[in-house]
Design a protein around this ligand. Sequence first.
Ligand code: COA
Length: 390
Amino acid sequence: MRILRDVYIIGAGETRYGELWERSLRELAVEAGLRAIENAGVYSRDVEILYGSNSLAGIINGQENIGSLISDFAGIAHNNIPAVRVEASSASGGAALREAYLAIKSGEYDLIMVGGVEKMTDIYGNELLNMMGSILDREWESFFGATPAAMAAIVARKYMKDFNVEKEALSMMSINDHENASKNPMAQYKNKLTLKQAMGATNVAEPLTLMDCSPITDGASAILLASDRYMKKNKLEGAMVLGSGISQDYFAVHNRESIYTLNSAKIAAREALKKAGKKLDDISLVELHDSYSIYGLLELEDLGFAEKGKAKHLVYEDIKAGGRIPVNTSGGLKAKGYPLGAVGISQAVEAYEQVMGKAGQRQLKSVDSVLLHNMAGTGSTSVVHVIGGE
Ligand code: COA
């Protein structure tokens, strides 16, 4: 019988996030992977399996089978290790991290590369919008013209009306992301935002302006996961994956109990915290899946940091880097960027750097545990991880 292993992130690497016209999907993936190997200080020949996360390469880049593609382009095809893609829309990264975590925990593997990549700018305009619509329910939502932005706007309107929330509260989420991204060299948008700029930006889907929407992003992030056995043998250090949770909700938003309640987030967070043996009070940083500013507020509530309708009280001071519950020191989806399938790994990179004291200008003073929430589309799947010191 195998002994359950402890699982650690021992290294991380990323490309810059942005509109990287001159780079290809495979180049981005390999660059992030090599940086992670270098950062961890291990040999690539020790990697036993590669998990890749990606959402839309099939339709945006016309490329499937990307596990093998990336393994080959990385120059490790001769190692003959398995290389598989994990797909759960924009929660692909979190789902891949979870699969890798379970694979090490079970005792099957000791060293795994988990990488996420998305190359979105190869297509633009309405064609890309239509492809992103595949994340929603095609028959009940996108067929009728709904886009991810439109769905977020519908949710925002009802939420703001029912709980008397002003537009300013949404803008504050984006202002916080931009402030933090200004300290992240890998971020897509490093400009700080004023309230006037955020509120006065072009409308995308009322009440959401351009500054409430995550951008279109190319980028890749990678981490190396290792067992306690591998770490000890090679005298390495890492950030422990303390707990993992995943859950599902109704696919189409209209079927849900309430359109502004993310049940999948609630359940996944409860599971991850329980497995980690942590309470919300132990969380020093939360990385949210704020594809739209409204989701940032909903997530703060459904992950347990505020009662329903009350997240508006956290957005002025508490979520700042020096606040009670810092949010998105990475810059979040709004300002670090949103390469769909890579986001869950991007969040894990931030957790690793914060826990290990390697976050540079973004470093928080004292970090116990970091909670990561990675979500598919409008909340049909949620993956939560808790990462921390021992
Ligand atoms: N935040 C800040 N600036 C942004 C931005 C954003 N979200 N999106 C675009 N910009 C900037 C661009 O850099 C560009 O600046 P420049 O003129 O100085 O170069 C300018 O705004 C226009 O960019 P463009 O690419 O033409 O914008 P667009 O109108 O085609 O697209 C959105 C804007 C918001 C519609 C698009 O980014 C979008 O669809 N985002 C949502 C992504 C999404 O839904 N993902 C899936 C969710 S599940």
